[in-house]
Design a protein around this ligand. Structure first.
Ligand code: FES
Ligand code: FES
Length: 179
């Protein structure tokens, strides 16, 4: 019986990275500037200065690094930069300034009951998760909102206010589309 032959897996990398970030096509030379282990979160922050997303845990446990990739909310610390090759990325910087979710959070930024943000550290992640939800389900129920936001942590404990803000944003959207 002949001995088994172990073949070494060939790692194929694209010659460079190309991705669309906030509507702009971006190209990077993978070999020189982006290590194979670089995450999408680090790429966005360090190469493109898109610092809205935060990387508190870097292990998929807090949601603060959430961006939208091809229409879906993703934890950018759990996506390698090379995996984003050829994909469309939307970060909080790419939202229009009058985005209804940003508006709803801003309107609930005063301290007290219903506050959707205090320190604001978690806010970009919540906003992007909520954006992906409302793009998919324009009028979500409270439980759908809670389910969608269940991977996002707010250390200031603004959960009730955040749910209210997302509900409010969906009402703003509904009013705008009824006009
Ligand atoms: S930094 Fe990505 S989930 Fe916490
Ligand atoms: S507002 Fe401070 S962590 Fe959420």
């Amino acid at each position: 019986m002949s001995p088994s032959v172990t073949t070494q897996e060939t790692v194929v990398r694209p010659p460079g990275l190309q991705l669309t970030i906030n509507g702009q096509i971006c190209r990077l030379d993978t070999g020189s500037s982006v290590a194979p282990t670089t995450t999408l979160a680090s790429l966005l922050r360090e190469h493109f200065a898109l610092t809205g997303l935060k990387i508190p845990c870097d292990q998929g446990a807090c949601g603060a690094c959430t961006v939208i990739m091809d229409g879906k909310a993703v934890l950018s610390c759990m996506v390698l930069a090379v995996e984003a090759h050829g994909h469309e990325i939307l970060t909080i910087e790419g939202l229009p300034s009058d985005d209804c979710i940003v508006k709803a959070f801003a309107e609930q930024s005063e301290p007290g009951y219903g506050t959707a943000l205090q320190c604001g550290f978690c806010t970009p992640g919540f906003v992007m998760t909520a954006r992906a939800l409302l793009d998919r389900v324009p009028s979500p129920t409270v439980s759908e909102i809670k389910e969608a936001l269940s991977g996002n942590i707010c250390r200031c404990g603004c959960y009730a206010g955040i749910v209210q803000a997302v509900l409010h944003a969906s009402e703003i959207m509904a009013k705008a589309s009824a006009r």
